[in-house]
Design a protein around this ligand. Structure first.
Ligand code: SF4
Length: 400
């Protein structure tokens, strides 16, 4: 059984909530910090201020750094590799992102080193029993750390439904490898990454989450929570449940459990502190928001997971970039396991293994999940769209 704590902030006391949260899971007693090399890994994907719900709150990083230093580690490093669109040296890079988010100020206060994991020396690692990434390069600082302490935020995500502790590890990949995870199947790549760089403690910034497309202030969700645990899969499962997701539908969480990285079954997770039901705040999913932004397509689905949904959202984005999104209302998409399909004369695309019993109703795209580019190609085919134009947009998007 894995243990996860949920603590509600009182009087905006972030440090107090963290102490309570890690005491409930005995996180700092069970992990050897004395004499260890510790990497504190916040989520600072882009240059936005602390408290925005997009990056880890600087108060949380400060409180955790203080607690770690009290344990007498050999070395403490705060490290992050910002996301692909925010990795341009001398313009926007991880250091700039961490400066805007208040991380550099925290590091200076405690005299700890800060590393841009995108620019760190790289180590080529082999992944035993990999789903899709048998080898990849990671930042040396992450590879050599005795303890990785992950500080993610709870956010919805275009491809994976939710992003939290497991996906936070993507920051240890240099830019080209970050891009590769998208090409080879993000859910499985996240699991492969966590097979070799797994946080020993995860403390989640649940002060403010981000829902929908995460684009603007209306997407911020004040939760006022800190969550913690040793089992990052269990921590993510609890966070997903708090955000109103059915954990069984979060594909990378199910894959992580299948790979025995941790427990994703809420029945096998002991939650200490607040109960999930007492703090649950359903987020608007990326797909719900993206349907409004990118589509109007008729989606017939039941119990589909974020694997198919995430890839489908990519298709919406590609078609929007290519200027074809106004054609989507003429399309029916079937995925998951719907009980019945309403009669339709519209062009129809059937997505993924779960929906294969309906494959005769339209063009079938096999896979679990089918790749977003393959879905896009078939949608182009049934709607008579120019594939060349769409592929050019895909290249431009992925070369950011
Ligand atoms: S086919 Fe799609 S909905 Fe079914 S398990 Fe695979 S990714 Fe999920």
């Amino acid at each position: 059984m894995s243990v996860v704590s949920i603590v509600r902030l009182q009087d905006d006391d972030v440090g107090g909530a963290i102490k309570k949260s890690v005491a409930l899971t005995r996180s700092f007693e069970c992990v050897e910090l004395e004499g260890s090399r510790v990497l504190i890994k916040p989520n600072v994907v882009k240059p936005v201020r602390s408290g925005s719900g997009i990056v880890t709150d600087a108060r949380l990083i400060e409180a955790v750094t203080k607690l770690v230093l009290e344990k007498g580690p050999r070395e403490v490093v705060i490290g992050e590799g910002s996301s692909v669109g925010y990795d341009f040296p001398d313009r926007v890079d991880s250091m700039h992102c961490m400066q805007v988010a208040g991380v550099l100020e925290v590091a200076e206060k405690f005299g700890v080193k800060v590393v841009d994991l995108n620019r760190d020396k790289q180590v080529e690692v082999k992944v035993p029993h990999a789903f899709v990434m048998e080898t990849f390069a990671i930042a040396k600082t992450a590879w050599e750390a005795d303890v990785i302490l992950s500080l993610p935020v709870i956010k919805t995500h275009v491809r994976t439904g939710i992003t939290c502790g497991l996906k936070n590890m993507k920051g240890v990949l240099p830019g080209e490898e970050k891009k590769r995870t998208h090409r080879c199947g993000l859910d499985r790549a996240i699991v492969d990454l966590n097979r070799v760089v797994k946080p020993k403690i995860t403390i989640v910034d649940g002060i403010i989450g981000a829902q929908g497309t995460n684009f603007d202030e209306a997407d911020r969700v004040p939760l006022n929570l800190i969550l913690a645990g040793h089992d990052v899969v269990a921590v993510d499962a609890v966070c997903a449940a708090v955000a109103g997701f059915d954990v069984r539908e979060i594909f990378h969480l199910q894959l992580a459990a299948e790979a025995r990285l941790g427990i994703a079954d809420l029945n096998l997770i002991e939650v200490r502190g607040e109960k999930i039901e007492a703090v649950r705040h359903p987020f608007i999913t990326f797909l719900q928001a993206a349907q409004h932004l990118y589509g109007g397509a008729n989606i017939v689905e039941k119990a589909s997971c974020t694997g198919c949904m995430g890839e489908l959202v990519s298709t919406f984005i590609y078609l929007k970039e290519a200027g074809f999104h106004d054609r989507l209302p003429n399309l029916t998409l079937i995925m998951g396991s719907p009980d019945k399909i309403p009669p339709s004369n519209e062009p129809t695309v059937v997505l993924g293994r779960c929906a294969r019993k309906y494959k005769k109703l339209g063009v079938f795209v096999p896979g679990c999940p089918p790749h977003g580019i393959k879905i896009t190609d078939e949608v182009c085919g049934v709607l008579n769209l120019d594939k060349e134009i769409v592929h050019q947009s895909i290249v431009e998007l992925h070369s950011l």
